[in-house]
Every structure is written in structure tokens, then in C-alpha cells.
Design a protein around this ligand. Structure first.
Ligand code: GYE
Length: 342
């Protein structure tokens, strides 16, 4: 009885397979006509697999939105995104999945800089071009990626020093007075953290009166930024300046400062220098909480599309492209906020 059941199941499975595979003689012949929809249509769309860092900040959300709004079905793209929750190993797995799916392009926003050679070598062997956005990777083999577009993070660090010089001057603080600084760093080992930390350190060396009391990572999130700031405030009673390597950590820092009964911003005791210049940071500047913001532009969708279009047309593209960025002071925020795109 059991054997009979098994045999019947096998026969049924074979019959189902044959009918699915179009082996029955009641099927219309398979058409080679290009007007045929289905697989032909599908093969015409460009399949883009986007490996995103996470959803840790306003900047990141604007970056995701820019990609999603660019690579639409209506424009002929098949777009898939993986949110790696700020984990580099999740990003590596996501790349391997996209290789398996045989996407046309892999777009990678690397969480941290190190450790990409093996998996990008696999993408290269599979013939899939990799476009890197936002942060960069560390590699000795530039053939592992086709192009990169993002920000000059070291320049942003330099700009933060100039911004702080200007703010201190406008607050009437003399160059002889000791300035105690703490830094809320981004995700350690990410280009945005490395560039901003190093750029700031390099240029601040010219100011003998500036003292870096401490640096610690708040992982680019408001929650951790607030936590680290709370511990800084407990350890150091005389903080003059917070360098916060992104806006969301600044929002956390402002909360911690106020909760500790201290003041910040243009009229406050503690100066806050922030990075990104997202919409909510303009609001915080208008509210008088943040002094100055070094811009970082997240709108990479159209830039990546331009690269893909050029590659599709067989044109060569720039290997490295930096985005232009500005610096915004609290006093100008109200007149600029209306023009901001993110
Ligand atoms: O500053 C931060 C985000 O890599 C430039 O990542 C990006 C940074 C940005 O989480 O807000």
C-alpha cells in the first residue's frame, strides 16, 4: 500500500512537471517573437542590487530615498536593496546573494573600509560591475570596483576646523583661551569617521589652545550619541566644544547637555559643530541648539544612474567623483532651510 502511494506520488509529480514545462500537446508553440512579453520584457530591465549600510540616520534615510526614487520600474530598472543594519558581514552576504541572482550592477555603500577584496573579487569573476557610493573601501586592487562617488570626508574635517574658528571668533572668544573639545565619532573604521576625525586632528594642531579631551564612537545614531555625551559630561565638567560626526548624534548630544542643566548653540556655553546638514539640523540651528553644520550630500541616486547609463552605452566613466559641499552657520539657517532638498 505504501509502495503504491509512493509510486502514484512520483507519477503525479512527473505529470505536473511535464505540464509546467510545456510538454503537453495542448500547448501553443513557444514564440520567439520579440513582441512577446514575459521573459523578454524582464531581460530588458536593468537589475540593480543595492547594499545599503542601514537606517541609522536622517542622512541614510535620504540616501535610501534617493536611490529608491531613481531606480524605478517605470524607468526600466529592477531594484533590490538590502539594509545591512550597520554590519559589514551582512553586507558581504548580501553581495554574494546578488551575485547568485546575477544582477546587472551591484551598488555598495560600504559600512567600514577594510575586508572587501575577497567578495569583490567574486563579483569581478562573475562579471558584475560594482559601483561604490558614499564611503570608500581599502584595497590595493582598483579593478575590484568600476567607479566610486561620494564625499571628501577629510575635507569635511578640515572645514569643521575653519567653521569652529569662525564660531569662536563670533562668540568673542580670544585665541589665547583654552578650548576643551570632545568628539562624538561615527562608526569606527568607516570612511566618514576616519576622514572627519583625521581631517579635524590635522588642522586643529595649528591651534595650541585647542585641547581634545576625549573621542568616542556614537555609531552615527542619536541614541548612542546621547549616551556618549552623557558620559562625557560626567567625566569632564568643562567642555567648551562638541565635534559631532553626524547630525543625529548632535541631536542626542543636545538632549544630554540640556538634561545636565547646561546650554549649547550660538547663545549657549557649549558650541556644537555637526556634520551632514539634514533638514532637522537646520531646525536645530534655527532653534539655537547647533552652531554650525558641515554639509554632506546624500543624494547619490541620480549620480549612480548617470554612471550606469554611461556604462550601458559603452562609455568610460570617472573612477572617483567627489560631491561639492558647503558649510552652514546657525545665523543663516532660517533663510536657507526652504531651499534644502534633504
Ligand atoms: O554622515 C551619517 C551616516 O557615510 C556620509 O553615514 C555617511 C554618514 C553620514 O550615518 O549620518
Amino acid at each position: 500500500m505504501r509502495i503504491f502511494k509512493k509510486t502514484a506520488a512520483v507519477i503525479l509529480a512527473i505529470m505536473m512537471f511535464m505540464s509546467l514545462a510545456g510538454c503537453g500537446n495542448n500547448k501553443a508553440p513557444v514564440s520567439n517573437d520579440s513582441s512577446d512579453t514575459g521573459t523578454d520584457e524582464k531581460s530588458k530591465s536593468i537589475y540593480v542590487g543595492f547594499v545599503q549600510v542601514g537606517a541609522e540616520s536622517d542622512w541614510r534615510m535620504a540616501n535610501t530615498k534617493s536611490m529608491q526614487e531613481t531606480f524605478t520600474e517605470a524607468k526600466g530598472y529592477k531594484f533590490e536593496m538590502v539594509d545591512a543594519q550597520q554590519k559589514t558581514d551582512k553586507q558581504i552576504t548580501a553581495i554574494r546573494d546578488f551575485i547568485q541572482k546575477d544582477v546587472d550592477y551591484i551598488v555598495l555603500a560600504p559600512n567600514t573600509e577594510a575586508g572587501w577584496d575577497t567578495v569583490l573579487g567574486e563579483a569581478k569573476a562573475a562579471g558584475i560591475p560594482v559601483i561604490i557610493v558614499d564611503r570608500m573601501i581599502q584595497t590595493n586592487d582598483n579593478s575590484l570596483f568600476t567607479a566610486w562617488v561620494g564625499s571628501n570626508f577629510k575635507q569635511e574635517g578640515y572645514d569643521a576646523v575653519t567653521a569652529l574658528e569662525n564660531v569662536l571668533k563670533s562668540k568673542g572668544i580670544p585665541d589665547t583661551q583654552e578650548i576643551n573639545i570632545v568628539t562624538l565619532q561615527g562608526t569606527m573604521g568607516s570612511s566618514a569617521q576616519i576622514g572627519r576625525t583625521d581631517g579635524f586632528a590635522e588642522k586643529m594642531a595649528a591651534h595650541k589652545n585647542w585641547k581634545m579631551l576625549d573621542k568616542q564612537s556614537g555609531d552615527f545614531t542619536q541614541e548612542k550619541g546621547q549616551e556618549v555625551m552623557e558620559s562625557f559630561l560626567k567625566s569632564y565638567p568643562d567642555i567648551d566644544v562638541v565635534i559631532s560626526e553626524n547630525d543625529n548624534m548632535s541631536f542626542g548630544a543636545v538632549k544630554a547637555i540640556k538634561a545636565a542643566g547646561k546650554t549649547c548653540g550660538p547663545k549657549g556655553d557649549i558650541t556644537i559643530v555637526s556634520f551632514d546638514a539634514v533638514h532637522a539640523a537646520f531646525e536645530a540651528m534655527i532653534a539655537g541648539d547647533i552652531d554650525v553644520d558641515v554639509e554632506c550630500n546624500p543624494l547619490h541616486g541620480p549620480r549612480v544612474e548617470k554612471l550606469i547609463k554611461a556604462l550601458e552605452a559603452g562609455e568610460s566613466v570617472d573612477k572617483i567623483a567627489y560631491v561639492d559641499e558647503d558649510v552652514f552657520y546657525a545665523k543663516d539657517a532660517a533663510s536657507i532651510i526652504g531651499k534644502r532638498a534633504y
